[in-house]
Design a protein around this ligand. Structure first.
Ligand SMILES: NC(=O)c1ccc[n+]([C@@H]2O[C@H](COP(=O)([O-])OP(=O)(O)OC[C@H]3O[C@@H](n4cnc5c(N)ncnc54)[C@H](OP(=O)(O)O)[C@@H]3O)[C@@H](O)[C@H]2O)c1
Length: 332
């Protein structure tokens, strides 16, 4: 197996977590890193046994195949373009850009340079998430009628606003299942946003917050099943499926008996718990801290010569940014 040589641009909080995952991706060689602070870069290089480059140009001139860009969103376009124009493949942290226009410029630069580029939306590559998306997209549960997804933490470090830092996760979930919405309505501001995406035949209700601990899970209502993707949304490891195929008339006698039980508060709790336990659950643990999966995808694409990921193509990252822009317009 050909080793894929990685470089790291930006050595902040997430780069340490990503590299911990990267080390679990087979056939990976972590070669070099760069940060504006030589001390921080040297400490990062020492922690991870890499070479600290003296300048961005030195990193771009190194032998790395791909560069993981983990600078703040305001720097994503500049850094992605610098890497692509230097002939390097790019794994670009989420949010892919600050706007759809920037996202399109990055995608155009990747195509012009004939180099691989992908958004580091790690949630998209975690096995439980992929399995749920595949089963819904294949129509196993019938058409999606509605979904809800949220991501929010009390006192979250969301310098670029809840929508860009956190909202892109539930928005990516909605896009993975339903694509681009027809219309968007939203309320909120810098710290919290609630949005409804309308698809005509379905609606997606999205919430994000940097001040409130939300449920951080997702629920999908399809024609024949309700699927519950269990928290945390960014790295789920299981989802439960409740079939809703039986006609109501067939359930009536049993329901009559159940109603007598559920009207007693002390028994209701146990009935709910038993029902939850009876729901078939798909459990697919993530490797390590979960970041290995996106790195494995990049390695596989580079080895096969693919210029985009089939799981998360550039058009999907652009479409999510189009919806981010639409939410912003709706907030004005
Ligand atoms: N996937 C995830 O789970 C996840 C989680 C958190 C964040 N993120 C994303 O990852 C990115 C980084 O977040 P973070 O939390 O790691 O931020 P951070 O801790 O502030 O690190 C940002 C890094 O970028 C460098 N940097 C900042 N401004 C720069 C500039 N103008 N030019 C060059 N380098 C610059 C900083 O390094 P120096 O000052 O040393 O140069 C620092 O190394 C963001 O896009 C964020 O949305 C992803």
């Amino acid at each position: 197996m050909r080793a894929i040589r990685w470089g790291i641009l930006g050595v902040g909080v997430i780069s340490d977590d990503f590299v911990a995952g990267l080390k679990l991706a087979p056939g990976t060689e972590l070669m070099a890193c760069w940060s504006r602070s030589p001390e921080r870069a040297a400490a990062f290089a020492e922690r991870h046994r890499a070479v600290s480059c003296s300048s961005l140009d030195a990193l771009l001139a190194s032998q790395v195949d791909v560069i993981y860009v983990a600078t703040p969103p305001g720097q994503h376009k500049e850094h992605a373009l610098a890497c692509l124009n230097a002939g390097k493949a790019v794994l670009l942290e989420k949010p892919f850009a600050c706007s759809a226009a920037e996202a399109r410029e990055i995608a155009a630069a990747a195509r012009k340079a004939n180099r691989f580029c992908m958004e580091a939306m790690w949630m998209r590559f975690v096995p439980a998430f992929r399995e749920l998306v595949t089963s819904v997209r294949q129509g196993r549960h019938g058409a999606v009628q509605s979904l809800e997804a949220s991501l929010g933490f009390a006192q979250a470090r969301a310098r670029d606003g809840a929508l860009l830092d956190l909202g892109v996760y539930p928005l990516t979930f909605a896009h993975a299942l339903l694509g681009a919405p027809k219309t968007v309505k939203a309320i909120g501001g810098h710290e919290e946003v609630s949005a409804v995406l309308d698809y005509g035949t379905a609606q997606a209700s999205i919430r994000c917050s940097s001040r409130a601990q939300l449920r951080n899970d997702a629920v999908v209502w399809a024609e024949r099943a309700r699927l519950h993707l269990e928290a945390p949304l960014y790295r789920p490891e299981s989802y439960a499926t409740m079939t809703v195929s039986a006609p109501v008339a067939e359930l009536t006698p049993a329901r009559g008996g159940l109603r007598a039980v559920t009207q007693r508060p002390e028994l209701r709790r146990w009935v709910q718990r038993a029902k939850a336990l009876a729901e078939p659950r798909v459990t697919l643990p993530a490797i390590g801290n979960g970041y290995a999966h996106e790195a494995i995808e990049v390695n596989d694409c580079l080895r096969s010569g693919a210029l985009e990921s089939a799981v998360l193509p550039l058009e999907e990252s652009i479409a999510v940014m189009d919806t981010v822009d639409a939410v912003r317009r709706a907030l004005q």
